[in-house]
Design a protein around this ligand. Structure first.
Ligand code: 3PG
Length: 306
């Protein structure tokens, strides 16, 4: 089968090598499209693709329509909001993700982001310590649980909420369950966001929640920019000069936020949560193996458009 590895943000070279070895070793043909300039480049590249490995690359209805031979798309990572699932299903294309494979990298970044803000973005201004502070984890999945464990090891008190978990499951994961987002935001010095972008979550973190945070609190977003209501965030930062926001996904109003709030706001220049060699290897190789397995045995364990 012809497999296209389409990564606008490339994997580490060692991961690409591993992906090729797995796929070619199973008799597949691999083409790599990296750092492409425009969506049209992706649309053109999929013409004869029968399988694809992607990262945050946008597999839109247009891409699916331009790929008549496509049978499977594997998102090497967790979030698949970049894939038009309805279009894929409509064309009989299986979509999978590789849950958990890049979680540690994202969790380490979330911890680093807390410390970066606590230590005033590494300026000489007097900062604070995260030890003894309370961290609230919004969604206690693969990433959230790892953030919790690392934070606890650093001496933080960890609370969490997850609509898909029972309180005892959160306790088993090492955090104190809270019963509402109001409680999470109202009682935590840091809130780390790990929810996916879905119609239910987009814009769900806004003025009301953010301004519930205690004095001097920081909101950390290594999830998706869309889950934060940017106008609400801006107003919250205006009304509460003690609050801070750090994100791995630059908001559309970043320039305004930077101008108005200076070092109280920070965004990475390009999403880097999963950008470690280890995460690239874990997620990339898992994606390759899932494709090999799908064509060999029909295994759809990680299918997300069932
Ligand atoms: C994910 O959903 O797995 C992360 O956001 C990583 O995305 P990336 O592969 O574009 O870095």
């Amino acid at each position: 089968m012809k497999v296209l590895v389409a990564t606008q943000k490339p994997f580490a070279a060692v991961a690409v090598k591993g992906i090729k070895e797995i796929l070619e070793g199973a008799g597949h043909e691999v083409t790599v499209l990296e750092k492409y300039a425009e969506q049209a480049d992706l649309v053109a590249a999929v013409a004869d693709a029968e399988a694809m490995i992607i990262r945050s690359d946008k597999v839109t209805a247009e891409v699916i329509a331009a790929a008549p031979k496509l049978k499977i798309v594997v998102r090497a990572g967790a979030g698949y909001d970049n894939v038009d699932l309805a279009a894929a299903s409509g064309h009989g294309v299986v979509v999978m993700n590789t849950p958990g494979q890049n979680s540690n990298a994202v969790a380490e970044l979330a911890i680093a982001m807390m410390i970066y803000m606590a230590r005033t973005q590494f300026t000489p201004a007097t900062g604070s310590e995260i030890q003894g502070k309370t961290l609230g984890i919004q969604a206690f999945g693969n990433v959230g649980r790892l953030v919790g464990a690392k934070a606890e090891a650093l001496g933080m008190k960890v609370k969490a909420i997850d609509p898909f978990l029972k309180p005892e499951q959160i306790v088993a994961g090492g955090a104190e369950p809270v019963t509402s987002l109001d409680e999470l935001y109202g009682t935590c010095d840091y809130v780390s966001v790990h929810i996916p972008a879905t119609p239910q979550t987009v814009g769900s973190i806004g003025y009301d929640l953010i301004t519930k945070m205690p004095k001097g609190a920081t909101l950390v977003n290594t999830a998706r920019k869309e889950v934060v209501d940017e106008a609400g965030l801006e107003k919250a930062l205006e009304d509460r000069p003690d609050l801070k926001y750090i994100t791995d996904v630059a908001p559309d109003n970043l320039e305004v936020l930077k101008e108005k709030f200076g070092t109280r706001v920070f965004a990475t220049p390009k999403k880097m949560g999963a950008q470690t060699a280890e995460a690239n290897i874990n997620a990339g190789l898992a994606a390759a193996r899932q494709i090999v397995d799908y064509f060999a045995t029909g295994n759809t364990r990680f299918q997300v458009n069932k």
